[in-house]
Design a protein around this ligand. Sequence first.
Ligand code: ATP
Length: 822
Amino acid sequence: MAPGQVTGRTRPMKPKKQQRTQKRKRDDVDVEQLEQAVSELDSKATYTNFSDLPLSAPTTAGLKAAHFSALTDIQAKAVPLALKGKDILGAAKTGSGKTLAFLVPVLENLYRAQCVGGDAGLGAMIISPTRELAIQIFEVLRTIGRKGHLFAAGLVIGGKGLQEEQDALARMNIVVCTPGRILQHLSQTAAFNVDNLRMLVLDEADRILDMGFKRDVDAILEYLPADRQTLLFSATQTKRVSDLARLSLRDPEYISVHEAATSATPKTLQQNYVITPLPDKLDTLWSFLQTSKKSKILVFLSSGKQVRFVYESFRHMQPGIPLLHLHGRQKQTARLDITEKFSRAKHSCLFATDVVARGLDFPAVDWVVQVDCPEDADTYIHRVGRTARYEREGRAVLFLDPSEEAGMLARLEQKRVPIERINVRAKKQSSIKNQLQSMCFQDPQLKYLGQKCFASYARSLHVQKDREVFKLDQYDLEGFAASLGLPGAPRIKFLKADAEEVKRRKNAPREAAVAGSEDEAESGGEEDEDGAAKTKSKNAVRTKYDRMFERQNQDVLADHYAKMIRTEDRNDVDMNRLDGEQEGDDDLFDVKRRIPAGDDSPSADEDDDDAEEDASADPATREVEGAKTIHIPGAKEALILDSKRREKMLKSKKKLLKLKGKGSKLVYDDDGNAHQIYELEDEEAFRARGEAGEQRRKFVEDEAERVRQADLLDKELAKEKKRSKREKRKERERAEAEAEGGEGDEGGVLDGGEEDGLANFIADAQAGSIDGSEAEQEPPKRQKKWFENDKARERTSRAEAAGAREIETFDDLEAEAARLLG
Ligand SMILES: Nc1ncnc2c1ncn2[C@@H]1O[C@H](COP(=O)(O)OP(=O)(O)OP(=O)(O)O)[C@@H](O)[C@H]1O
């Protein structure tokens, strides 16, 4: 089988094509025999090997080449039924071979239907919730289809040019895809014809049918012919009647390999949990890595921001095991690269979101560590299923906050997940809190990541549906912030439920924009992190303001933005919130839209991105009394919003700075803690040191002594300076004297050393005199000074000339002085 391959019919037949045609003729005979054998197949019988089933020669050869011979439980039950054209809901444990349970029937049913080549059109569509899983399914399809099948198969998951995919789609017989991208083609690619579709497969069906993909899947189903075979597979299967109705299943067979089993997870998987209060989670994780350096570990965290922070901070601390990280916000190429690296690695630790929780078949994972509690038992089952695959051994450990223990254990018990508590050995437990703190202090980027990590974790807790497991008020969030190395918990604002309606009305324009974009996401979005459909606009025009207000966690400050805000306590990032708003502690983040007075539709300069950032992010902008007065922290007075010019001013960082007061100076101690220059001492500590008068006297004495010592030092330094000055002068005089003594001695004069300038000047003068041409000349006339007339200058010159001639000794000088005075 060649992916994306198509045969042309207008050109003369090449030898290869001839061979193919002959092969097809042979296949026709095969097909008839196979049809007969399949119709006689007893779907209730127990089959143990692939060779027991009526499979085509290419499939048999492909399976053999990949060393698949014995059927797994799910394969033994599902394949015969699927070969007979039945709709199937297949549920089996993770790693039990569900992929082959649907791929073998896909190849076989299309083969028997001779759905091959460009004219046959698309015969089978296999939908996966994530790109990584789609790629993996496609690889397995290639592996077992490469021995003689002529289907054109393709992968449509985005990340490539749309045009490229469009061209290939028109010729495909089998497509493996993600919901968002295939829907995009169904609605945009004219040549993509699905009228002949015979089989639809949903891998991780429960995930694909849940709310995140609902709109996409419903829209896809609209395009597909109703007369088709549908196969649904998952480790946690849906049996909801509404889902089955949506898919128009025809008398489906429900095959559950779980139901007979005592547990929903593989027998070879050892599962434990440890009670770790939220603030100690990273310490426990670090300690775990320190004791498992020779393992392959997959660590699940609840969001991409958590993943980034843990990866970046742990990387700096050099844990002694190669680290990788994967989340939905990474570029597709990077994601693939990391997936491959982790697959190949022998010892490595991958920090990841639930984007890798389902279906991925990383070889030989030793440990699955769930640092953040999964949202439900199904997610737990999929996560731990990344280890102990297909009869291999594996271990899983779940970190639970004390408040999560009872609720989560009850959920796991309901799903028949056997899990036991273990304790962390105190001896092995080490703390990285101080290291994280100093790293966050030194690296503002890391601190910013930490803030975002905190906010996203708090948000993830808040949006959890299962309130019996996730009790928001029982988490030590302050301690958690400290454990991330943050100087305090970024304050996250939760709305009060009853205040929600008021806010909704106030924020109506934003909500409309967000709702619009969500619609888009569900109908045309691509998968983003954690497998959720990503917002993607197609028809609605979204301005940058819409995007701006959709942003989450605006209350966590970016560095540049934090600098603009005067706070008593810099950790309290939510200090400058709207006046009069009440603090709630049990509801959603408040992402408050700040509406300029008298203008609901943003009118600022669309090109000024900085301005947009500042204006959007600045919680210091307040709405007071109908949003007419704005208070800028640090500004002397409130700013009245009475014109567009003033509004603009608020959007310019530079202008905003002008309105602000100056910051106060801080000094940092050796541990990196900031202090005011003069800080009041703790009163108790002060009293403990003795009576105030005595302390004062001692202070004065000490200071006097310090001043005396400093004075002595100063005097010594001054003396030293004087001495060296004197020596330098003497040195210079000596050099001058030597130079004068050596006049006429050419070598001596020109070898000026330190006093080159002087030596050269003398040499020039000599050259003039040797030349002789100007020997008898008068010295050049000096410039007239501003107070001299011509006569006065003449007089002075004569006197100078006379003086110059006569004064040679001290006696001459005295005589001249007497002459002048007399
Ligand atoms: N018949 C078989 N013989 C030997 N190995 C098999 C067989 N079927 C599947 N495997 C192997 O078992 C592993 C798990 O298979 P697969 O990925 O299909 O599991 P799964 O049930 O889809 O798991 P998940 O629920 O996590 O998606 C793979 O490495 C695959 O190669």
